[in-house]
Structure formats: C-alpha cells, structure tokens
Design a protein around this ligand. Structure first.
Ligand code: IMP
Ligand code: MG
Length: 179
C-alpha cells in the first residue's frame, strides 16, 4: 500500500483505523436516535457512498433495509452544478423512516435535491441524512447533514468510495488528491 500512495502522490488524511472508529461511533449515535424504529429505510447514493454505507449499516443496531439510487454532478474534480438523480421510481418509502447515506456534502446541491425529491414523491414518516464527509465551507445550498463522520477543509479527496475520474474508490483510507 505504501508504494501505491507514493506512486500516486496521495496524502493520507484518515487511515483505516480512524475511519472504522468514527463510523462505529456514528452507527451507535444513529442506533440510539432510532431505538424505537421498527425498520429504517436506508437510501445509499451511488456510487460514492457504497463503502461508507456498508460499514455504517453493519454498525447500526436496528432493523434496516437498503435501496440504491444514483446521483451525479461531478466531472473530474468540478461540480457541474446540475444534479441527475435516478432509481427513485423503483422504491416505496411511504410511512417510513428514511436515512439517506452519501459520501460527501460539498455544495450540498445533491443532498438537498434528493431530500426534496423524496419528500415530494413519498409520504415518508421522517427523512434524515448521514454523510461520511462534510466540506462545510463549500456549501451553496441550504443543507445541513443530520449525521457526519468528519468535517474536512476544501480539498479534493479520494478513497473509501470516493473517486477521481472513477479511480481510487477501492482505497481503505481517505487521501487528498492533487492534480
Ligand atoms: P454536492 O452536490 O456539491 O454536495 O456534491 C456531492 C457529490 O460530489 C458527492 O456525492 C461526490 O460524488 C462529489 N464530490 C464532492 N467533493 C468530492 C471530493 O473531494 N472527492 C470526490 N468526490 C467529491
Ligand atoms: Mg456522489
């Protein structure tokens, strides 16, 4: 792994152990908040959130089901500002407690749009959001995540599901990427 990092000029921000610890803490917090919930409906936003969601889900101690939706707005390292969402027509969320799980809140446009779409389309019981990372200072939309693992500065990051041009999703750590 050491060689890989050096070859690709990646600077580690959070290693595997730090991520594991924090995701477990968040899972415990969510389990406490939803302790009376009979079934949580997790919506995983592809592709970036698949790693975080699978770890988070296993640290949550309440019954849950999972659905996957797709959102895309990024071209390489820049947000295009236009968010495309697909996959919501196949799910049924009526009367459910919904937890949207996403890799990162950057401008906040993606999560705001997903949340609004879910509220408009289904009579949900509740809807909250959990993000692995929060780049708060980049926010353009009026969006605040209910749960987050780490707040990070305005840097482009890869690993633990996050990509640069579809690369680096498989890395078990989070690293800063410099073009
Ligand atoms: P937002 O709509 O601007 O909040 O963008 C959210 C999406 O942008 C995330 O789901 C990511 O796919 C992508 N994104 C934002 N910042 C980064 C980053 O630093 N690395 C990788 N993807 C990012
Ligand atoms: Mg994404």
């Amino acid at each position: 792994m050491e060689n890989y990092k050096e070859r690709n000029g990646l600077k580690v921000l959070f290693d595997e152990g730090q991520i594991k610890k924090r995701v477990n803490e968040l899972g415990k917090e969510i389990s406490r908040d939803y302790k009376d919930c009979s079934g949580l409906e997790v919506i995983c936003v592809l592709k970036g959130a698949f790693v975080f969601m699978s770890d988070l889900l296993r640290s949550i101690d309440i019954p849950a089901s999972v659905n996957f939706i797709r959102a895309s707005s990024y071209v390489r390292t820049k947000s295009s500002g236009k968010v495309k969402i697909s996959g919501l027509s196949d799910v049924s969320l009526r009367g459910k407690d919904v937890l949207i799980v996403e890799d990162i809140a950057d401008t906040g446009l993606t999560l705001l749009k997903i949340k609004q779409k879910i509220i408009k389309k289904f009579k949900v019981k509740s809807v909250k959001t959990a993000v692995f990372l929060d780049k708060e200072e980049r926010r353009k939309a009026d969006f605040k995540a209910d749960y987050r693992c780490f707040k990070i500065p305005d840097k482009f990051v890869v690993g633990y599901g996050l990509d640069y041009d579809e690369k680096y999703r498989e890395l078990p750590f989070l690293a800063e990427y410099k073009e």
